[in-house]
Design a protein around this ligand. Structure first.
Ligand SMILES: [Zn+2]
Length: 241
């Protein structure tokens, strides 16, 4: 039997959709694998489940060690240890994000609504601005680029960030989790959309509407943006535009 939906959900949240062996973020390309195989009596429980990417899954299942001297297959014991170690790392990172949010001064400007338009001086508050609240809270951080571009960061935030291609509108973003969240900084230009994922796995989209820059003849550093938050854990913005 495959794992039921509740077991799969718990496992995918616990690993943050990163493979438990190679630790790469794999979003939809991840499978829930039985540590002790079903054929050997392995139960369909959370404890017997390890989320793996296709490559690692293939390695784990690939060969019978007796026919490959000099190679070392994965034992159930090792898979269990590696899985538990990775879950602990993800949990610790999540707690660090929560602690960072709690340390955040209350003076940082914020907009708690799930959707709206914001305008702020990004030279204040270390470039920080908070959108949303609770599980759907996103601590964003920005710095000066030009009159056409602004820099966004993940440092000292609770976020991963990804930049959509210049021609992509909100109504094209169906699976946010498939975007490239691998960098700590991205530089969206006017009209472009930045996707945010917070430590609770919630997604938000931010569109850059207007920029002012003291380095380029303006009196202040200032940005105006539109944003949309998906507070139900989904990834699809196509109906939000
Ligand atoms: Zn892997």
């Amino acid at each position: 039997m495959p794992f039921n939906d509740q077991v799969r959900l718990e496992a995918l949240v616990a690993c943050h959709r990163h493979c438990c062996l190679c630790h790469e973020r794999k979003h939809t390309r991840i499978a829930c694998h039985h540590i002790i195989q079903e054929a050997d009596g392995g139960p369909d429980t959370l404890d017997n489940c390890i989320p793996l990417c296709p490559d690692c899954h293939a390695e784990v299942k690939a060969f019978d060690i007796r026919h490959h001297p000099g190679m070392t297959s994965y034992s159930a014991k090792e898979l269990l240890r590696r899985r538990d170690d990775w879950y602990a790392i993800v949990e610790r990172r999540c707690q660090e994000s929560v602690a960072a949010m709690q340390r955040t001064p209350s003076s940082i400007p914020r907009s708690s609504a799930l959707q709206g338009e914001i305008a702020f001086d990004y030279s204040n508050h270390d470039g920080k601005y908070i959108i949303g609240e609770g599980n759907s809270e996103f601590l964003t951080r920005w710095s000066r680029g030009s009159k056409r571009t602004i820099h966004a960061y993940t440092d000292n935030t609770n976020l991963s960030i990804a930049l959509c291609a210049p021609t992509v509108g909100l109504n094209h973003i169906r699976d946010s989790s498939a975007l490239d969240f691998s960098s700590r900084t991205r530089s969206p230009s006017l009209g472009e959309i930045l996707i945010l994922e917070n430590h609770k796995g919630r997604y938000a989209a931010v569109k850059i509407l207007e920029l002012k820059s003291r380095n380029h003849g303006d009196e202040m550093d200032w940005a105006r943006m539109a944003y949309w938050i998906l507070d139900d854990g989904t990834t699809d913005f196509t109906t939000k535009g």
